[in-house]
Design a protein around this ligand. Structure first.
Ligand code: PLP
Length: 394
């Protein structure tokens, strides 16, 4: 007998990947410039030149170690460099010992969830949420519970969140800037959330951990600030990745930051190492650990995403679409023009517009548009968006 749980997780492919594959097929049929593929969160801007220079530098100057294993938590010099950068930027007090290098945010989250989860535990997240959370939480033998967003702002609906808190709540996962809404949780939201977590932890007699999923931390617009959550809540595990900020999703590099003051720190850090071991990560890629240390505070050209956001938001609202103005990440969350978002996306396909229905994000009735695409894709897609909107005027 094969594992039913893993069969179930593997046999249903991600809707995002399905739409992306459909797009590849359509591009082969009608030409790439005739298909407006907004399905995948693959950064469209190139990695900054500092990444290319860093790769060459490592290849030239560290040939003996670039292909070698590192220690499981990563190279200590690299971890020290990341710790110092976080201290400088966010007033933290990390050393390299607080940083565990990972194969991207997916690995960071999966490791943290597995480090914490016992049978029967519950993890809470907020809709709309990254669909892989369900896979990771259920894979760890725990249950995912999903709180509604506040209707107009897409911040947290605290009444709904309160309803889900229980003695079984092990951790809460927040993702800000958010995929798919582009919303950044305000300082007010973080303060209220962390107050509730402190209160419930006291009542439970054990900590509820807060896992922050922040691959989009640097991708924010109009001077928007992303609160660094460790400053507001002691028991925080930070999951970071360079996939988006440095446009390196295929290189699989990120980290977990665990403050030393976290409840049960030593045992939790050991459980992080244990989970990484069980999941078979061994160590994060050596070459890219060294590259990161050389470009630790760099990003790609975030302005290109801002131009895309403005173009798309203005264009779509002019055509009658209703959407949230994103403050970060590179997604626009748009209300479908009929109740069934999947049916709306099917209709959009007629115009070779590839949008992702929001059902798997736990928030039906919307579509996600990933605007990490070439600017001309947005410009050229506007007539197709117009034809689609017209269908609903009749
Ligand atoms: N979390 C969120 C919210 C994401 O959007 C993604 C990727 O799109 C990930 C985690 C996984 O990122 P990574 O490529 O670093 O594993």
């Amino acid at each position: 007998m094969i594992s039913e749980k893993n069969y179930r997780l593997g046999s249903k492919s991600s809707i995002i990947r399905e739409i992306f594959s459909f797009g590849q097929m359509r591009k082969a049929q009608v030409g790439a410039d005739k298909v407006y593929d907004f399905s995948l969160g693959n950064p469209s801007i190139p990695a900054p030149d500092s990444v290319r220079r860093a790769i060459l530098d490592v290849i030239e100057n560290q040939p003996e170690t670039i292909h070698a294993y590192t220690a499981a938590p990563g190279d200590l010099g690299v971890r020290d460099t990341i710790a110092k950068s976080l201290n400088r930027r966010f007033g933290e007090e990390f050393t390299g010992a607080n940083i565990f290098m990972t194969c991207g945010a997916a690995a960071s989250l999966n490791i943290c969830i597995n480090a914490l989860a016992n049978e029967g535990d519950e993890f809470i997240t907020f809709a709309p949420f990254f669909p892989e959370y369900r896979c990771w939480v259920e894979g760890a033998g725990a249950t995912l519970r999903v709180a509604r967003p506040e209707a107009s702002s897409f911040q947290i609906d605290f009444a709904d969140f309160k309803r889900l808190l229980s003695p079984r709540t092990k951790a809460v996962i927040v993702n800000s800037p958010n995929n798919p809404s582009g919303v950044v949780y305000s300082e007010e939201t973080i303060i209220r959330l962390t107050e509730m977590l402190r209160e419930k932890s006291r009542e439970n007699g054990s900590p509820i951990y807060l896992i922050t999923d922040e691959p989009y931390r640097e991708i924010v617009y109009d001077g928007c600030q992303v609160p660094f959550v460790t400053k507001y809540y002691r028991d925080t595990l930070v999951c970071y990745s360079y996939s988006k900020s440095l446009s390196l999703p295929g290189e699989r590099i990120g980290y977990i930051a665990l403050p030393g003051r976290v409840e049960d720190y030593d045992r939790l850090m050991a459980a992080v190492a244990g989970a990484a071991r069980v999941l078979g990560f061994v160590c994060a890629p050596s070459l890219f650990q060294q590259v990161i240390a050389r470009c630790v505070e760099d990003t790609g050209d975030i302005n290109a995403y801002k131009r895309n956001r403005d173009l798309l938001y203005e264009g779509l609202t002019r055509l009658g679409y209703t959407c949230i103005m994103p403050q970060g990440a590179f997604y626009l969350f748009v209300q479908a023009m009929e109740e069934d978002a999947a049916a709306f996306c099917e209709r959009a396909k007629k115009y070779d517009l590839l949008l992702v229905p929001s059902d798997d994000f736990g928030c039906p009735g919307y579509v996600r548009i990933a605007y990490c695409v070439a600017e001309e894709t947005i410009v050229n897609a506007m007539p197709a968006f117009e034809k689609l909107a017209r269908e609903y005027e009749r």
